[in-house]
Design a protein around this ligand. Structure first.
Ligand SMILES: [Zn+2]
Length: 128
């Protein structure tokens, strides 16, 4: 039965040469070793607070303002959109020059932006 452990110290024999043993010298256990931290359970709920425009009609709508949390009736402001300009351009292309301003006067060709009369927050728009 032969042991594999190298002798920690070889007795000096004839022709002894000082050489550090390359093996058989286990590194000391790392001091201050800390076990890996336990996995942090992430149960916190991410609350998305960004305001998404609501689906609103063309008329002033009674809602609760998400900005000031007041019961309000939205203020509708009509705004010309790309579609409005497109309609005007189409009317010009078809020769209805006098009519090209009509889309800017027709609410259905424009988008209605809803604002809170209380805090002037933009609430959404009705785009038809
Ligand atoms: Zn408000």
């Amino acid at each position: 039965m032969e042991k594999q452990n190298p002798p920690p110290y070889s007795p000096p024999g004839p022709g002894f040469q000082v050489s550090p043993p390359a093996q058989g010298y286990p590194p000391p256990p790392t001091q201050g070793y800390q076990p890996p931290p336990p996995p942090v359970s992430e149960h916190h709920t991410v609350i998305v607070t960004h305001m998404s425009p609501m689906a609103l009609g063309p008329q002033p709508t009674a809602i609760t303002c998400p900005s000031c949390h007041a019961q309000i009736v939205t203020t509708v402001e009509t705004e010309a959109t790309t579609k409005t300009h497109l309609f005007a351009l189409l009317l010009c292309l078809f020769g209805c020059y006098p009519c090209c301003c009509i889309p800017y006067c027709v609410d259905s060709c424009q988008s209605q932006n809803h604002y809170c009369p209380n805090c002037r927050a933009y609430l959404g728009k009705y785009d038809n």
